[in-house]
Ligand binder design. Sequence first.
Ligand code: SAM
Ligand code: DTB
Ligand code: SF4
Length: 334
Amino acid sequence: MKYAELHRLYHQPFFDLLKQARAVHEENWPEREVQLCTLLSIKTGGCSEDCGYCAQSARYSTGVQAERLMEKEQVMERARAARDSGSTRFCMGAAWKGVRMGTQKFDQVCDIVREVSTLGMEVCVTLGEIGSEEAVALKEAGVTAYNHNIDTSPEHYKNVVTTHTFDDRLRTIRHAQDAGMSVCCGGILGLGETNDDRLKMLEVLSEFNPQPESVPINTLMAMKGTPMQDNENVDTFDLIRMIAITRIAIPKAKVRLSAGRTQMSKETQALCYFAGANSIFYGDKLLTAANPRANEDMELLRELGLAPLAPNPTMTAPSADGERPRYPMCSASV
Ligand code: SAM
Ligand code: DTB
Ligand code: SF4
């Protein structure tokens, strides 16, 4: 969906936008279900990149200790616990610039993925930049979705990260799509961007072919020691509007209300569910930061008459419509 249309829809009166998003949501997701996804940081901290929001960058003193890649058995314990608590997706994150075929760490990750994929959950990984070979190997090992966020608009990206470019992000996404993995791609609100930047980010996401299977909408968790530690909080209505417009622009995606829920009231989260959010990170921890307690999330879903989504271990990646551009389409020049 193009920026001009997104802009028009976004700036309707709040309830008109919500009503429209709700209609799209009910048409595409009539089941009143919310997917529960568990995150695990399998390799924490010490990252060479300078993403201005991230507690795991080695450039900032954030108090996050760099750790080695976790052993397979430890990961399996956490994955089994996630499945037993009702999660249908297990997302493993590594604080790397990227990872290359033929390295020990890549073999180790593939080995972990092979084993986790036997548990019947969707398997998502986020390992930074990958090439086409790595993407194929990850898909073969059992990865169902690759998470790689564009985070903000093409124009604002350079104000957030300098060690890689927006185009680098798009290239990795294309490699994941070409290998037949679903793509989980979204962004963060609160990086000093304007409303227009948010809509331009959404324009890029919604012009992917195929559209992302899931779209995480994070709100900045301002990490002490990062350049963004004092950023202003995201306005609640802006967040709800963003969820709504994402639902309209990418109707078949899981829209995941992601980082930052510890700061949100039950009422804010309820409005996000109403506007089209149908997935959350579930469990007490994100990668390094806190998340609401699992029993509180379950209680909220119960109060709202929503239910956790049933498992779908056979998830297949959506296919592209007809001819598609060589890279996910990005209308802005970057
Ligand atoms: N290194 C990989 C990468 O950059 O793609 C994977 C891990 S990275 C931590 C995954 C995503 O988490 C980021 O793209 C960003 O959207 C989100 N994230 C990281 N730190 C955050 C923070 N402090 N607040 C909100 N979202 C955050
Ligand atoms: C995403 O969009 N959000 C998740 C997941 N993908 C990897 C990560 C959120 C990280 C929040 C900050 C932290 O835990 O350090
Ligand atoms: Fe590294 Fe990813 Fe954090 Fe950027 S967001 S510093 S690439 S872990």
